[in-house]
Design a protein around this ligand. Structure first.
Ligand SMILES: Cc1cc2nc3c(=O)[nH]c(=O)nc-3n(C[C@H](O)[C@H](O)[C@H](O)COP(=O)(O)OP(=O)(O)OC[C@H]3O[C@@H](n4cnc5c(N)ncnc54)[C@H](O)[C@@H]3O)c2cc1C
Ligand code: SF4
Length: 342
């Protein structure tokens, strides 16, 4: 690891000023992704601005039933928050489906939003990777792409977004609050993660000097009946092949409210808007769930290594909605993980 300067500011203004003054500086949350990238020489910050002394580690109620989550709230603390478990079970389940207990104890909400892809070529400095080195090419497109995206990719990059938490945030229409020397900005989660296009190294709408200060969860009554289902190669310590965050309300056999987002299949946390549109106002039936999932996956661009993901995603969406339709919402600890069969 290259030498770097280390700062640990005690207030937000100081943190923002430190990074504004130094284009080679990076914020440090729990360090569970950044430090790995520094060890591999992929990130080479001149200065590391440790955020862990900032007073951004609380969850507050918002008027109307939402929650404001400080950027320094640890993933384990957010999953354990009783309000999250009651109002947004899919979020608690998604967090608990990610990483390990030790990592979740370190990882922060802000850091989770900005974690980098797990594309193996991105971590291998001998490989061509447009995300690591703009213009270098992409070894994944014609190479080993079992874990890669079938939605939202481009001719430059097909890496999946790795976060479980962000899939639930996408379904919940969370808003990211960011602060810089220019002031405060609120970025809807749907606009936060950017598809790769021709610039896969530009991954989010956040400027390099912007500090994430909080994530706001609006009141989403249907989310009280929600669940997160993750399919992966091993029962723990593995990123999603496919995951589904879903909330469903059924009245007299008709879908009256629904939220759906997918992970593991797309370059960004993927809000399944087409499936939601087809489901809303229609019958709460297995056939309707399958048709909606099929429509969402119709634009999928598959490669030999990841073609299995479309069928797996369709089946996982249908199974998750069926559980919710039958009143099985799950508890935060009920992760319903499944091992991939591809
Ligand atoms: C073995 C292993 C398994 C894992 N499995 C999973 C999994 O299954 N699912 C999953 O979702 N995740 C998984 N993870 C990833 C883990 O969730 C992330 O590493 C973690 O969420 C990152 O949070 P952090 O606070 O440690 O971020 P850091 O490593 O501190 O930072 C990550 C990035 O965010 C920036 N940053 C941090 N905080 C802020 C802020 N407030 N404002 C602006 N920028 C900021 C940093 O500069 C850096 O670029 C795994 C990680 C490991 C090592
Ligand atoms: S898929 Fe993206 S991250 Fe992976 S090698 Fe290609 S450009 Fe790099």
């Amino acid at each position: 690891m290259r030498p770097f300067a280390y700062l640990k500011p005690a207030d937000v203004d100081e943190a923002v000023l430190a990074v504004a003054a130094d284009p080679g500086a990076r914020f440090l949350g729990g360090g569970t992704n950044l430090v790995d990238l520094m060890r591999e020489g992929i990130e080479r910050p001149a200065t590391v601005v440790d955020l862990t002394a900032l007073p951004l580690d609380e969850v507050h109620d918002l008027p109307g039933g939402g929650l404001r989550v400080g950027a320094l709230v640890r993933n384990s603390a957010l999953a354990a928050d009783r309000r999250v478990a009651a109002r947004y079970p899919m979020l608690a389940q998604a967090i608990l489906a990610g990483a390990s207990a030790q990592l979740r104890n370190m990882a922060t909400v802000g850091g989770n939003l900005l974690q980098r892809t797990r594309c193996p070529y991105f971590y291998d400095r001998e490989s061509a990777c447009n995300k690591r080195e703009p213009g270098a090419g992409c070894d994944a497109i014609g190479g080993f792409n079992r874990s890669h995206a079938v939605l939202g990719g481009s001719g430059s990059c097909i890496a999946t977004h790795p976060s479980d938490m962000c899939v639930a945030l996408a379904a919940l229409d969370a808003v990211v609050e960011a602060r810089s020397v220019r002031g405060v900005r609120r970025i809807p989660i749907a606009e936060f993660h950017l598809p790769p296009g021709d610039t896969p190294h530009v991954e989010t709408a956040l400027a390099a000097d912007e500090l994430i200060t909080a994530v706001e969860l609006p009141a989403v009554p249907v989310a009280a009946r929600s669940r997160y289902r993750k399919v992966r190669d091993r029962a723990s310590y593995a990123f999603a092949l496919v995951s589904v965050a879903a909330a469903l309300e059924v009245r007299d056999g008709t879908v009256v409210d629904v939220r759906l987002a997918l992970g593991g299949v797309a370059t960004t946390p993927w809000r399944a808007r087409e499936a939601e549109r087809l489901l809303l106002g229609g019958p709460a039936s297995e056939e309707a769930y399958r048709r909606a999932a099929e429509a969402e996956l119709a634009p999928a661009e598959v490669r030999p290594g990841n073609a299995f993901k479309t069928g797996l995603a369709r089946a996982t969406v249908a199974a998750t909605l069926r559980d919710l339709g039958e009143g099985i919402a799950g508890t935060p600890r009920d992760l319903t993980d499944e091992e991939g069969t591809a």
